[in-house]
Design a protein around this ligand. Structure first.
Ligand code: WQD
Length: 340
């Protein structure tokens, strides 16, 4: 049985990926410091998969703790590295914490991969690296624009660390540039657990619809788009998780063609904020209160993926619709306790 380490394995995408790994017969070890999730997520993973991942409470950004953790573990055949701080706004307030945590954990893990070059390494990157792309849909060869936030910069620097490290030390890695992950597992046993006021659109929509928040503020209606609101590529978290397995198996089967390969993970379809709101109302039969507000600094006008490379080289395509994303997000929100 191949063994896979999922860092951030109790997080939003990490937990869904742990489920997919267990379903495919991999041994899964979830490492998480619970900075942005809860231990109960382990029960959700177990209930869906019918078996429990190993869970280790460890801070991977601490070099001593990370080294000791890895030395105690049997050899990993793959590492899927999600563990990172990911709030764009917060990263502007706490840049040093973001660089220390996000890059420190990556470097500590790569010390292990350098010593075990057969270990398949998958890195959680982001479409944020493109900024406002000059051409849409966005291809992987698109220009990497100066990062708009320390968070985005940690993803850009992370890819450069991987590229240089893989070239110098003979390991292979894949970076996956996510567009906008949304939704939840259809079982409603795992999903997104934003702590505090949600910064992202869909968790705010579901909390507002449940009466936990006031009306949704739509940040800007004067953008040069079909209805004046921003366009994004919203991808179901289960589709996204399955892409990680495809990427890891590409490495395990020795199919990768360069030290670092990069893939966009999106649906290839852009949706405006208003279209997301209408999809939510249509899919759930629930009316959403919203109002227009000024633009949010740092927002790009439009971003959606060219999906050709992932389709041909990973043999992966997103299959779930925006309506399914909304249904699953709503079912998950309704399953959560309403008292914080
Ligand atoms: C989507 C759209 C907002 C909230 C973020 C991260 C990015 C990546 C994906 C990790 C925008 C609008 C939002 C609200 C709104 N994460 N909006 N009212 O900013 O595209 O990307 O998640 O890799 O790094 O930045 O996602 O959900 O915050 O915003 O109108 O209350 O919804 O203006 O147009 P974003 P988002």
């Amino acid at each position: 049985m191949k063994r896979v380490l999922v860092t951030g394995g109790l997080g939003f995408i990490g937990s869904h990926t742990s489920v997919e790994l267990l379903a495919r017969g991999y041994h899964c070890t979830a490492a998480d410091n619970l900075a942005n999730t809860r231990k109960e997520v382990l029960d959700g993973i177990t209930a869906i998969a019918g078996k429990k991942p190993d869970w280790v409470h460890v801070d991977l950004a601490d070099p001593t703790a990370c080294r000791a953790f890895l030395a105690q573990q049997p050899k990993f055949d793959g590492i899927i590295h999600f563990a990172a701080h990911k709030a764009v706004g917060e990263s502007v307030q706490k840049p040093l914490e973001y660089y220390r945590n996000n890059l420190g954990s990556l470097l500590n893990l790569l010390d292990y991969v350098k010593a075990n070059p057969a270990c398949a390494f998958i890195f959680s990157s982001s479409c944020t690296v493109y900024g406002q792309a000059d051409q849409l849909p966005i291809r992987e060869e698109a220009e990497i624009k100066p990062a708009e936030s320390p968070y985005g910069n940690t993803k850009q620097i992370g890819e450069e660390i991987l590229r240089d490290g893989a070239k110098a030390h003979g390991f292979r890695a894949i970076a996956l540039r996510y567009f906008n992950p949304i939704g939840a597992h259809p079982s409603a046993k795992i999903g997104e657990l934003p702590l505090g006021v949600p910064q992202n659109l869909v968790p705010f929509i579901t909390q507002s619809a449940l009466g936990l928040r006031g009306a949704l503020k739509v940040f800007g209606r004067d953008y040069p788009t079909r209805d004046g609101t921003c366009i994004r590529d919203y991808i179901h978290v289960v589709d996204l998780s399955q892409a990680h397995i495809a990427a890891m198996e590409r490495l395990m089967q020795g199919k990768s063609q360069e030290p670092l390969e990069v893939f966009n993970l999106g649906t290839g379809t852009g949706s405006t904020v208003l279209e997301v709101i209408h999809a939510f109302e249509r899919a759930t039969g629930t009316k959403l209160a919203y109002e227009f507000a000024p633009r949010r600094p740092g927002d790009v006008i439009a971003a959606y993926a060219d999906t050709e490379k992932a389709a041909t080289m990973l043999g992966w395509k997103a299959t779930r619709t925006l309506d399914q994303c909304m249904q699953d997000a709503w079912r998950w929100q309704q399953s959560l306790p309403t008292t914080p």
